[in-house]
Design a protein. Structure first.
Length: 274
């Protein structure tokens, strides 16, 4: 009897918590509609510089000047995201989770560019907190406009973990055809976070030693190094070793590569090779 009473009390507390959460979302929605503006959503803008005279490599991973386009990886994901059988579903959304410094923002912009090339109407929020700057009807207008032009509406949201309780998630992730919502953030979100249907594991964004991305990385360093004694084979071995050593995690992989192949290390490499 005592256990049953405890169970009933626990159930009542859970129901009260759910009701409070529902009331909080309603209040947030009301606040959004009174304080936010009616301007159009922020359109996607591809602003990654592909040619920079900075002496360091990989600026978008906090290190330097070269942008890895990862075309094979991006194309594969676009094929998956825009699969007609999935886009026609009533709930098509994706959450890409990865640790900080693993290139999520760069990835979103590369993905956004390819989605635009594939006749999508793409909007981009560089931080989830900016969702609350817009009224719900503005999102509805964007979807109506995309439908008129025969395009798929794509809304991309970076740093999802910074605004998991936004009232907008309820309508962004609810049932709707020809709308794709793509979020990116840290691997573990708190309870009550947005319920993305397709959660992609961190490992999907890691470099794969056997992928075409590795060919791009090798070619980058073949082009960047001033040391004619370094063969394609040697650079390939070094890149593959570092990929395995770092588990393909973008930041340490590129950090090690930049250190080894940087022009300031050319003399050391020459001494090593001789």
């Amino acid at each position: 009897i005592a256990l049953r009473k405890d169970k009933d009390r626990l159930g009542e507390k859970q129901n009260n918590l759910i009701q409070k959460q529902s009331n909080l979302i309603q209040k947030q929605n009301a606040l959004i509609n009174t304080q936010s503006n009616s301007e159009p959503l922020p359109r996607f803008k591809y602003d990654l510089k592909e040619d920079n005279n900075d002496k360091y490599l990989f600026p978008y991973n906090g290190i330097g000047k070269i942008l890895l386009k990862r075309e094979a990886f991006v194309n594969k994901l676009c094929d998956e995201i825009l699969d007609p059988s999935k886009v026609e579903e009533v709930s098509c959304n994706h959450y890409f989770r990865s640790a900080r410094g693993n290139g999520k923002t760069t990835f979103l912009k590369l993905l956004g560019k390819e989605l635009e090339n594939r006749n999508c109407e793409v909007y981009f929020f560089k931080h989830a907190k900016f969702l609350d700057d817009y009224k719900e009807k503005v999102f509805e207008q964007a979807q109506d406009e995309a439908k008129k032009t025969g395009k798929t509406l794509v809304i991309m949201v970076d740093e999802v973990q910074e605004n998991i309780h936004s009232g907008h998630w309820s309508h962004l992730l609810k049932e709707s055809k020809n709308k794709v919502v793509i979020g990116a953030g840290i691997p573990q979100l708190e309870g009550g976070s947005p319920d993305f249907k397709n959660k992609h594991s961190s490992s999907e964004m890691y470099f794969n030693c056997q992928s075409k991305d590795m060919e791009e990385l090798i070619e980058v360093f073949m082009k960047e190094t001033n040391n004619k004694n370094i063969s394609h084979e040697l650079i390939s071995k070094i890149c593959h070793y570092l990929c395995e050593y770092t588990g393909g995690h973008m930041y340490p992989l590129l950090k090690f590569c930049e250190h080894i192949f940087h022009e300031n290390q050319q003399e050391q490499l020459n001494n090593y090779l001789s």
